[in-house]
Design a protein around this ligand. Structure first.
Ligand code: ADP
Length: 184
C-alpha cells in the first residue's frame, strides 16, 4: 500500500530517495522549482542543464520529452539530504484553465515519475506541485489529481511506500490540506 501525504517545505532539501522536477520539455531549468533543483544539485544551473540534456539523449534518444516520459539525473549535491535521483517530468501548461485534457496530461506525468521510481527501486518519492506555478494550473485541481493518481498507482506498486507532495508556501500547503480534508 502506498501512502500519500502533503507536507510543507523546500523539495531541494526533502529527504526522499527520489525527488521529481517540474521540468519543461527541453529540460532547460530556467525558473521556478526546476531552477532551484538545478542550482542545489550542481551549483551551476547551466551544468545541470547540460547533464540533463545528455541524460535525455541517452535515455530517450531525443531532444524533448512528452507528458508521461521522464528522464533521471543524479542528485549530486542533494545526496547530503538522502536524495539519490532527480526524475524530470513535464506537466501541462494551463494558463489558468483546467479541463479533462490538462488533468490527463498531469496524470500521465505523475504516473511516469511513479513508474520510474518503482523501476529504480526507491521507497520514497517527493513531488512539487507540478504545473501549479509558472504553468498556471489551479492548485486544487493539481492536488486532487495527485491524490487520485497515487491511489490508482497503489494497485501496481511494489517497492514504493511513500509519496509526498511538497508545497513551498504555507498558503499552498493550507489549500492542499483543505482539498484532501474536505474533498473540494
Ligand atoms: P510549473 O512550470 O510546472 O508550474 P513551477 O516551478 O513554476 O513549475 O512551480 C511548480 C510548483 O513548485 C509551484 O507551486 C511552486 O510554488 C513550487 N516550488 C517552487 N520552488 C519550490 C521548492 N524549492 N520546493 C518545493 N516547491 C517549489
Amino acid at each position: 500500500m502506498v501512502s500519500f501525504g502533503v507536507v510543507m517545505g523546500d523539495i531541494t532539501r526533502f529527504p526522499a530517495e527520489a525527488i521529481v522536477n517540474a521540468a519543461n520539455r527541453y529540460l532547460e531549468h530556467g525558473g521556478g522549482v526546476a531552477y532551484a533543483i538545478a542550482k542545489a544539485a550542481a551549483g551551476d544551473v547551466r551544468e545541470y542543464i547540460r547533464i540533463s540534456k545528455e541524460a535525455m539523449h541517452e535515455q530517450l534518444g531525443k531532444d524533448s520529452i512528452e507528458h508521461g516520459e521522464v528522464v533521471v539525473t543524479p542528485a549530486l549535491g542533494l545526496e547530503r539530504y538522502g536524495i539519490k535521483y532527480v526524475i524530470h517530468a513535464v506537466g501541462p501548461y494551463c494558463g489558468g484553465r483546467w479541463d479533462e485534457d490538462k488533468k490527463e496530461k498531469l496524470r500521465k506525468a505523475i504516473l511516469g515519475a511513479l513508474r520510474k521510481a518503482e523501476e529504480l527501486g526507491v521507497k520514497t518519492i517527493a513531488f512539487p506541485a507540478i504545473s501549479a506555478g509558472i504553468y498556471g494550473c489551479p492548485l486544487e485541481g493539481v492536488v486532487r489529481t495527485f491524490q487520485e493518481t497515487v491511489e490508482e498507482f497503489s494497485q501496481e506498486a511494489k517497492s514504493l511506500e511513500k509519496v509526498y507532495l511538497v508545497l513551498y508556501s504555507e498558503r499552498d500547503y493550507d489549500r492542499a490540506r483543505a482539498v484532501l480534508e474536505n474533498g473540494d
